[in-house]
Design a protein around this ligand. Structure first.
Ligand code: URA
Ligand code: SF4
Length: 209
């Protein structure tokens, strides 16, 4: 795995990054996937939301967070008092990783390995430099692995604002659960899990100047 660096044009703006991403061969995930899923949202967003990787529907449509997890995220963002139009949404890994028993069978989500996160990180790093947001929200452990300190644990540190050094100076970061984790929560606890996600997003919004 060479990693994405050689496919990321230096100094490129977001549109140039978006146009370059389909050529990436930084890891093997490009091959079985339908297409690269880059990002959505405002280039001058004050808040960046980082997910794990595109899901089945995102892979087919080429747009992040358009499936069930995306709908839940949009609802939670709105409920946290954040204008979705002021956010930029992307993923730690830009190609859908899945298993499939046979061609035409259902494609089942497979979590990316740390190696995929590492391979894909040059895209995310370039996006963050271009968007230059006030706060970055990591949705779930994969996004946290891409951007937060090694000892970060979602269970222990979720909902806490961190100030971390970046190439653009100090930035605020917050990790929380992934919206898919809310969807997977047993029904009796799902409302509480959703409310906790909304509460964490509200905390992230307090970092907006
Ligand atoms: N889950 C993610 O992490 N990202 C998406 O784009 C869709 C589902
Ligand atoms: Fe490149 Fe990332 Fe896709 Fe791997 S997952 S091929 S590093 S864009």
């Amino acid at each position: 795995r060479p990693g994405a660096a050689q496919w990321v044009p230096p100094g490129a703006d977001l549109e140039q990054l978006r146009r370059a991403a389909p050529d990436c061969r930084g890891c093997e995930l490009w091959e079985p996937a339908t297409q690269v899923v880059f990002s959505a949202g405002a280039p001058d967003a004050r808040m960046v939301l980082v997910g794990e990787q595109p899901g089945d529907q995102e892979d087919r449509r080429g747009v992040p967070f358009v499936g069930p997890a995306g709908r839940l995220l949009q609802k939670a963002v709105a409920e946290a008092g954040i204008d979705l139009a002021t956010t930029y949404v992307t993923n730690a890994v830009k190609h859908f990783r899945f298993t499939q028993e046979a061609p035409g069978k259902r494609r089942i989500h497979a979590s990316p390995d740390v190696a995929h996160v590492t391979a894909c990180r040059p895209w995310l790093a370039a996006e963050l430099v271009q968007v230059d947001p006030e706060v970055v929200v990591c949705l779930g452990a994969t996004a946290a692995k891409a951007l937060l300190p090694k000892d970060f644990r979602v269970t222990k540190h979720r909902g806490q604002l961190f100030t971390l050094p970046t190439s653009l100076g100090e930035k605020r970061f917050l990790g929380t659960i992934h919206p898919s984790a809310v969807l997977r929560t047993p029904e009796a606890e799902r409302d509480a899990a959703y409310a906790a996600l909304v509460a964490d997003l509200r905390t992230a919004a307090t970092a907006l100047g």
